[in-house]
Write a new protein. Structure first.
Length: 490
């Protein structure tokens, strides 16, 4: 009881009362009634419980989670994969993999976080129970490493987007030499613009979940949708766009069983939805328990897939518009430069359109910058939440520590770009993210016993949908992922 009194001492002192703390007369409380003590206990208890930041609305959560998912993976990665892997055939396989595997994995990740109401490391350790607690903790740390890997290359690419947006503005105002430098790939440009983007993301994350992530996602996501829609309408009116539209929307079904295409589609689906690095688990933990997680997950997946589809309507026709204008885009059926193609081909295309083209170019790369920012803040939140809750750091210090580590990792990739950049992306999207998703299925179906509705016999007996979902997550999803991994290995 004395320890409890000490905890309340600061609050009581503010109220000009005194509590006597001695072992000889523990019942003596000067000027404070028992009722006042109970009220004080309740007040401090509520303060402690509510001190963890959270989303204040379902819409805020959906926009923030969609912002985490909707990023360069949709607007940069997805169209590139479509163009390199059979056009419409890739689109068909991508949609199948998204709804058979990626959506259930997203549900599992958000569900674990929502039930645990804590950061991904602690959530997985708790869900795995006493026997496998260390395994869950280690998996959570691997997720943090994955988030840092994603941030290390993501911030570099985001810097490219920002530089190209500014290049269009520089050309508009006649600063041609500056525009040329901004639009030309160089180590110095990476060294300058990567830290700028890291600082932008950190500035939002350090404001917290509601004031920072939720508020800025609500501002940036509608802006992204409007800009994307306007650009699609403009590009589809240009010469050559219909040829690209045909490649994109008319699949060659003879290609849909190719292992390389399936693996690429799976990696893209997991990368696009930001699964396997803990970002969605962290966001799920900031939603109150009892929310309809299934509906929220479906909303996020549909919005993310819709944006990827619309991005394809923009990028694929734009490539053929550039080809129609005389630029070489494909060699032996593959994009020139692959991931960097949009930085080599599209700026030239936009510049050939005169002043209107420069405005469109600025809008396009500003759109990509916004998409990158919403994804960056979600990945940054994963290690930040861990440091705040498990290491007792302030949000400000945790944010800047994580940002500093990301900067070091990004500089390492810049220094050894040819050797590391593509390798890090491949390891993350085709190995780490699918493996973490497999682990989520194992946790939710086999290791998590207490408080898990998907394995609770009494709950499943009353709800047929939950029983089917539990069976699907427990048996079907791991089996499908294992089949894919076998194909990768052999």
């Amino acid at each position: 009881m004395a320890a409890l009194y000490h905890k309340f001492q600061g609050y009581i002192d503010d109220k000009k009362v005194t509590i006597t703390m001695n072992n000889t007369s523990p019942k003596r409380v000067n000027s404070v009634s028992f009722g006042q003590l109970i009220l004080t206990t309740n007040y401090l208890s509520m303060t402690t419980v509510s001190s963890r930041d959270s989303f204040h609305s379902r819409l805020g959560f959906v926009l923030a989670a969609a912002g985490a998912a909707i990023g360069l993976g949709n607007i940069w990665g997805f169209p590139t994969q479509v163009a390199n892997n059979g056009g419409g055939a890739f689109l068909v396989v991508y949609l199948i993999v998204t709804f058979l595997l990626a959506l259930p994995a997203l549900y599992a990740e958000i569900y674990i976080g929502n039930q645990a109401q804590t950061n991904p490391v602690a959530a997985l350790a708790s869900a795995c129970g006493k026997r496998f607690k260390k395994l869950g903790h280690s998996a959570g740390i691997i997720g943090i490493i994955g988030a840092m890997m994603m941030l290390s290359f993501y911030t570099i690419v985001a810097g490219w987007m920002l530089a190209h947006a500014l290049a269009s503005l520089a050309e508009l105002v006649g600063l041609m030499s500056l525009s040329q430098w901004l639009s030309t790939s160089s180590t110095w440009r990476n060294v300058i613009f990567t830290p700028i983007f890291i600082v932008l993301g950190a500035a939002i994350v350090r404001q917290g979940v509601h004031s920072g992530i939720e508020r800025w996602s609500a501002r940036l996501m509608p802006m992204l949708l409007v800009m994307l829609g306007g650009l699609v309408i403009y590009i589809l009116q240009q010469d050559g766009a219909m040829e690209g539209l045909t490649l994109y929307l008319v699949p060659d079904f003879s290609q849909v069983t190719e292992p390389k295409l399936i693996i690429s589609a799976m990696g893209q689906a997991f990368f696009s939805l930001a699964i396997g690095v803990g970002a969605m688990m962290a966001y799920g933990s900031y939603m109150p328990k009892g929310e309809s997680i299934g509906k929220l997950v479906l909303s996020i997946t549909l919005l993310d897939t819709f944006i990827a589809f619309i991005a394809g309507l923009l990028i694929i026709p734009a490539l053929f518009v550039a080809q129609h204008a005389g630029q070489e885009v494909f060699i032996d059926g593959h994009l020139i430069g692959e991931g960097q193609l949009i930085f080599n081909i599209l700026p030239t295309l936009f510049s050939s359109m005169g002043t209107v083209g420069l405005i469109v170019s600025f809008a396009f790369f500003a759109l990509l910058s916004i998409a990158a920012l919403t994804s960056t803040i979600s990945s940054t939140e994963v290690p930040v939440a861990y440091l705040i809750e498990d290491k007792a750091m302030t949000r400000k210090n945790a944010t800047w520590l994580v940002s500093g580590l990301v900067l070091l990792a990004s500089m390492l990739l810049i220094a050894f770009f040819e050797q590391l950049f593509a390798l890090v992306i491949q390891l993350l999207t085709t190995v780490l993210q699918p493996l973490m998703s497999l682990f989520y299925f194992i946790v939710i179906g086999w290791l998590w016993k207490r408080g898990n509705q998907l394995t609770d016999i009494a709950t499943l007996a009353q709800d047929k949908f939950l029983r089917l979902l539990g069976f699907y997550l427990r048996f079907i999803c791991p089996a499908l992922l294992l089949v894919v991994f076998v194909n990768i290995a052999f």
